[in-house]
Design a protein around this ligand. Structure first.
Ligand code: MN
Length: 356
């Protein structure tokens, strides 16, 4: 027995976040599935706090009972959260206030013409985002070489580009992205930032190779240009929230809608889960909440059906979870985030037996 071997774990006992995420004391060495925390929110535009998401989820995570009736106890094979990267924290803290200056100038004047100095700042922000993407890509490569499964906890929704890029290279684009979000995130740069949270899926689909399919669900806040972009790209299928709801209210079973969503996806699936895809009462402090959206149970039903269809989850991210900035004792956003994380992690493990 080596020093790093995971100690005995009794899931019936409530541990603390100091023991590990979900209070599971699995070491990196023993873990099958490793979570990469990305405390990043350089380009957030409306509300702040997404960089606190990984910490909020970690802190609330011991509250969960880990037993699930319809799943084996996959966490026993080991879930492990990596330590927070000092490099990511450092770059985020340097770049965030600089980005704010650019955003404010663009909001008040519509361009940077009066402030040529800010053009360089904006380019610096793009460089910082590029650096983040490289750090995440490299982290994924290392974990993959170690034979680990991995998933990412953002951060704003720009956080996972490096991970998706890595998987695109690994699978030569032979997978689909199931994107659950209130937003299309198809903007061609946003506020001058090439790697904005609002551009993540535009950037993903511009990768070479890119994922074969992008299937977007719970979408209800978008620009005309984004909508047209999605309609003009045969790789993209959008299940707008209003269409889902109108069909539900008209009597279509949710299971039939889910079957349609899943049918649009190939055998290998990456799940990109923006917490604001859920109803705002489940993520009250997220940066850009939008009325409408999925219930927790609908998201659960969708993920379970995806895996039961025989598809394999090759990776996922969970982004935009933000704690209450005014009350550190309010764990609700982190609590729901931890449940979504556990759900995705458990079904990803379950899906490994599928052919992919
Ligand atoms: Mn969103």
């Amino acid at each position: 027995m080596t020093e790093s071997t995971t100690p005995a774990f009794d899931p019936a006992l409530t541990g603390s976040a100091d023991d590990g995420i979900f209070a599971i004391p699995t070491t990196l060495e023993d873990a099958r599935l490793v979570f990469i925390p990305v405390p990043w929110e350089v380009t957030t535009s409306y509300g702040n706090g997404a960089s606190q998401g990984p910490q909020a989820i970690l802190q609330a995570s011991p509250q969960l009972d880990l037993y699930q009736r319809d799943l084996p106890n996959h966490y026993e094979k080991g879930f492990h959260l990596l330590p927070f990267s000092p490099d990511i924290i450092h770059i985020n803290n340097l770049a965030k206030p600089l980005a704010k200056a650019v955003q404010e100038e663009l909001e008040s004047r519509g361009s940077l013409n009066a402030r040529p100095d800010l053009v360089g700042v904006r380019d610096g922000i793009n460089d910082a985002s590029h650096q983040l993407n490289s750090l995440v890509y490299e982290q994924c490569r290392v974990l993959d070489e170690q034979g680990k499964l991995f998933a990412l906890i953002g951060g704003d929704h720009s956080s996972p580009l490096g991970q998706i890029h890595y998987l695109c290279d690994k699978y030569q684009g032979d997978f689909g992205v199931l994107h659950i979000d209130a937003h299309l995130d198809l903007r061609d740069a946003y506020q001058g930032f090439a790697f904005s949270h609002a551009s993540i899926m535009r950037n993903v689909m511009a990768l070479e190779p890119a994922p074969a399919r992008l299937v977007q669900v719970a979408i209800r806040d978008f620009s005309e240009e984004e909508c047209a972009f999605a309609a003009g790209d045969a790789r993209i299928a959008v299940f707008y929230d209003e269409d889902i709801k109108e069909q539900l209210y008209g009597g279509t079973p949710f299971a039939a809608l889910v079957a349609e969503i899943i049918a649009a996806l190939p055998a290998n699936v990456y799940v990109s889960f923006d917490i604001d895809g859920l109803k705002p009462n489940l993520c009250p402090h997220t940066g850009t909440p939008v009325a409408g959206g999925l219930e927790f149970e609908q998201a659960r039903f969708l993920i379970k059906a995806l895996v039961q269809s025989g598809r394999r989850i090759i990776g996922f991210d969970l982004c935009e979870v933000c704690p209450n900035p005014l009350d550190g004792g309010d764990e609700w956003d982190g609590n729901v985030g931890a449940r979504i994380l556990f759900l995705l992690a458990s079904w990803m493990m379950e899906s490994q037996q599928n052919p992919g």
